[in-house]
Design a protein around this ligand. Structure first.
Ligand code: DAH
Length: 335
């Protein structure tokens, strides 16, 4: 019986050690210390032991019960203080709101421009940012000695690959892939080797447009772009077309709108001229059609290109283009 008492003590100590939470502790209490527990069983067995051995065994049994009870009480107290030490859980507190992102101001402008042109029946296409001389310049009728082909203005990755300097090469890719009619806008990032300042950055965004079909005229160009200006800048906006030159269009024009800060009187924003230049456009040069295999006797078309940063700068009165690329939340949270 002495062996049994020792074995039970060791078993009880192991079990108590393993009891990790309050329900395990309660199971321990029922198994060992309760009225029908294992210790009580041994007390019952004491009755059938010869009378002369009873006092000694009884003393051992009492010791066992006292020490197991003491160990148990200790563990119970420790578990209770552990529960109290944890911070009180207030289930009525409102939840924590996860911080919400917002659309970048350039994305907002781009989405609005897309919405206007999509509503006029344009599709949306894109092309690679790494281009070659042929798509970025050659097929767009740039002469071999054009200054844009210089390392000063263009980032060359190696002898043949460069970062596109405008979205116009996507025109070439679209026309090489699709027979006319085509009517698409082509938004994307472009890169220029400029000194970085508040006014210019090595990277910016453009939206290119192209419409080619039988019988497309300069009137279609004007109608479409004037409609864009009225929808995007407001129906009271005044505009003017001024002739200019691009290798890939003939004739070519720059479009200006009346300055929306001073209404045309002249201010710092419009550099006192009352007009803001917003895009370049023109009728696709027949040489471009030749490069992509379109019949320039049968088809005509217009193209246009505009910068996105400038629009966002003007709209929000932002005076430093670099802010768009720094990802400073104090700036971005305002949009
Ligand atoms: N590619 C010109 C630029 O980067 C913008 C442009 C002007 C695009 C006239 C056109 C266009 O498609 O017709 O400055």
């Amino acid at each position: 019986m002495l062996d049994q008492i020792d074995a039970l003590r060791r078993q009880a100590e192991t079990d108590l050690h393993a009891a990790g939470d309050s329900s395990a502790l309660e199971r321990f209490r029922v198994t060992y210390l309760a009225r029908k527990g294992k210790i009580a069983e041994l007390f019952d067995a004491l009755r059938s032991v010869p009378a002369d051995q009873r006092p000694l065994l009884g003393k051992h049994l009492n010791d066992l019960r006292t020490s197991v009870q003491a160990l148990f009480d200790q563990r119970l107290a420790a578990a209770a203080s552990h529960v109290q030490a944890a911070p009180a859980l207030d289930l009525t507190l409102p939840g924590r709101r996860p911080p919400l992102g917002s659309r970048h101001p350039l994305t907002q402008v781009l989405d609005e421009i897309k919405a206007v042109f999509v509503s006029m029946g344009f599709g949306v296409a894109d092309g690679p940012e790494i281009e070659d001389d042929y798509h970025n310049f050659g097929a767009l009728n740039f002469p071999p000695d054009h200054p844009a082909r210089d390392m000063q203005d263009t980032f060359f990755l190696n002898r043949t690959a460069l970062l596109r300097t405008h979205t116009s090469p996507v025109q070439i890719r679209v026309m090489k892939e699709h027979a006319p009619p085509v009517r698409v806008i082509m938004p994307g990032k472009v890169y220029r080797n400029e000194a970085i300042s508040a006014r210019s950055y090595c990277l910016f965004h453009q939206v290119e447009g192209l419409h080619v079909d039988v019988g497309v005229t300069f009137s279609d160009l004007k109608g479409t772009l004037i409609s864009f200006i009225k929808q995007f800048y407001g129906s009271a906006t005044k505009y003017r077309f001024r002739p200019t030159f691009f290798p890939f269009t003939e004739p070519s024009a720059d479009i200006y709108i009346s300055c929306f800060v001073c209404g045309g009187k002249g201010c710092r924003l419009c550099k006192q001229i009352g007009w803001l230049e917003i895009l370049g456009c023109g009728m696709v040069d027949p040489n471009v059609f030749k490069a992509v295999g379109y019949d320039s006797e049968r088809y005509t078309g217009y193209a246009f290109g505009m910068g996105i940063e400038r629009i966002a700068l003007l709209r929000h009165g932002i005076d430093d283009i670099r802010l768009f690329y720094e990802n400073d939340l104090r700036f971005l949270n305002q949009f």
